[in-house]
Design a protein around this ligand. Structure first.
Ligand SMILES: NC(=O)C1=CN([C@@H]2O[C@H](COP(=O)(O)OP(=O)(O)OC[C@H]3O[C@@H](n4cnc5c(N)ncnc54)[C@H](O)[C@@H]3O)[C@@H](O)[C@H]2O)C=CC1
Ligand SMILES: O=P(O)(O)OC[C@H]1O[C@](O)(CO)[C@@H](O)[C@@H]1O
Length: 402
């Protein structure tokens, strides 16, 4: 059924760009449960058509005795179909969210600029945009890309006055899920979606979103999540890969991997506590680490190390989950040898076959062409004589030999 043929119910509307695991399994579900009619915008025709034909899907909460939440009513559009996008822009829209992946995010600038242009022409009021990606300040990056798509000063002024761009932290493990229905998703029970309250505009309709926690201390939430959950997850994946484990559960169930991951999280934790002590105490953070290690050990999730380790060059960027906590430790003169070991393991991540990863291939090509020392110096920005750079290379060589 084409989107044009669908009439939307008389409800507030939310657009969720990306109808993938997080889009359907977390953000779309939270928005639907808050009372929005969720319109997913994706590039996969099969998913878009199925969402429009069925108008619903099920979220399976994977907690031993599976609980099912039906999400309805929902619709979908192809995100590059600017006519369909324009149609939704005229609806009682109040929020746009994204979960497409950090590398794809700039491609959403065109359709979102179209929404902004249409709403300006129609004299419509404020909406909020929240990019739900594993990337610090993803929404700011999206804003820059949208601004460069706008045609003139009038549109830029409209954006400034009417569009709330809120950064957020998004935390729920949603691995690929196999079910008869291609729309169904399997999720862990835990979820935390935290959004910067300072940037949110008052919208009409104004909907209270229960599953979205607004705070004015977002930086602390973002860093705590990225440098704990994602740091630990990535190191588990990279060590698991080297030890030929298929899943995160297999990897974290190995005591030697568990110990390294726990140690790395305590190193990053010391820096997080030092930086955000007014926000969380040592005891609270200890609890947070324990809960995360338990989440990795969820026997009901089949989360492959290849998925969690995907796109290692992105994960090795400065400020991301591997180098971010190391930099925080270096600034404070705190111990970080185990975090460095995680970086060495990431440099050896190279899945093949169905799990082949373009960025992992590129990383290996670079190491072959430029040599490990030059690659690490470039990724980290450290001098070749830097003690940490030498440690990363030493561990890398040892792991490679093993
Ligand atoms: N899966 C998870 O557990 C979590 C993922 N995240 C973040 O959420 C984001 C999405 O991750 P997943 O849902 O796992 O990925 P996914 O691959 O399951 O979903 C991404 C979706 O975006 C769609 N897409 C690609 N290009 C598009 C475009 N131009 N316009 C609209 N849609 C497009 C894809 O077709 C796909 O359906 C990433 O930034 C990830 O880091 C954050 C927390 C948890
Ligand atoms: O989605 P990314 O950034 O590739 O990383 C995978 C990570 O995202 C998550 O899917 C959820 O935060 C984790 O499972 C994992 O740490």
């Amino acid at each position: 059924m084409p989107f044009e043929a669908i009439s939307l119910p008389n409800k507030p509307v939310a657009i969720q760009f990306g109808a993938g695991n997080i889009g359907r399994g977390f953000i779309g579900a939270v928005l639907s449960q808050a009372g929005f009619h969720v319109v997913f915008a994706d590039v996969q025709e099969k998913i878009v058509n199925a969402l429009n034909e069925k108008g619903h899907y099920d979220v399976h909460i994977l907690n031993g005795d599976t609980q099912i939440e039906r999400i309805q009513p929902v619709s979908a559009v192809i995100s590059t179909d600017l006519k369909a996008i324009e149609k939704i822009a005229r609806e009682p829209l109040s929020i746009i969210t994204t979960a497409v992946g950090p590398n794809i995010l700039p491609r959403l600038a065109k359709p979102i600029a179209q929404i902004i242009r249409t709403r300006k022409e129609e004299g419509m009021g404020p909406i909020n945009i929240v990019a739900c990606e594993n990337l610090q300040n993803a929404t700011d990056k999206l804003r820059e890309a949208i601004e460069s798509e706008l045609s003139d000063e009038q549109e830029r002024l409209y954006l400034q006055d009417n569009i709330g761009f809120a950064i957020c932290s998004v935390d729920r493990i949603v691995p690929p899920f196999s079910s008869e229905n291609i729309l169904d998703v399997g999720v862990e029970p835990f979820f935390e979606w935290t959004v910067d309250s300072n940037s949110l505009k008052k919208t009409d309709p104004d909907v209270v979103i229960d599953g979205m926690h607004a705070t004015n201390n977002l930086d602390a939430y973002v860093q705590r999540k990225l440098f704990t959950l994602n740091t630990g997850h990535a190191i588990t994946a990279y060590l698991g890969f080297l030890d030929k484990k298929d899943t995160i559960l297999d990897a974290i169930s190995d005591d030697s991997i568990h110990n390294v991951v726990s140690k790395a999280l305590h190193e990053s934790g010391a820096a997080l506590i030092a930086k955000h002590h007014s926000f969380f105490s040592k005891e609270q953070h200890e609890d947070y680490i324990k809960k995360i290690l338990k989440r990795f050990s969820n026997h009901n999730l089949k989360d492959e190390v290849s998925r969690v380790g995907r796109e290692p060059l992105r994960k090795l960027r400065r400020g991301d989950r591997l180098l971010g906590p190391v930099e925080m430790c270096r600034e404070r003169n705190l111990e970080h040898d185990t975090l460095l070991l995680g970086i060495s393991a990431a440099l050896l991540f190279h899945p093949t076959g169905v799990h082949e990863d373009e960025e992992a291939n590129e990383l290996q090509d670079r190491i072959r062409r430029e040599g490990i020392e030059a690659v690490v110096a470039d990724l980290t920005g450290w001098e070749k004589e830097d003690e940490d750079l030498r440690k990363v290379i030493r561990e890398y060589s040892r792991m490679k030999k093993d």
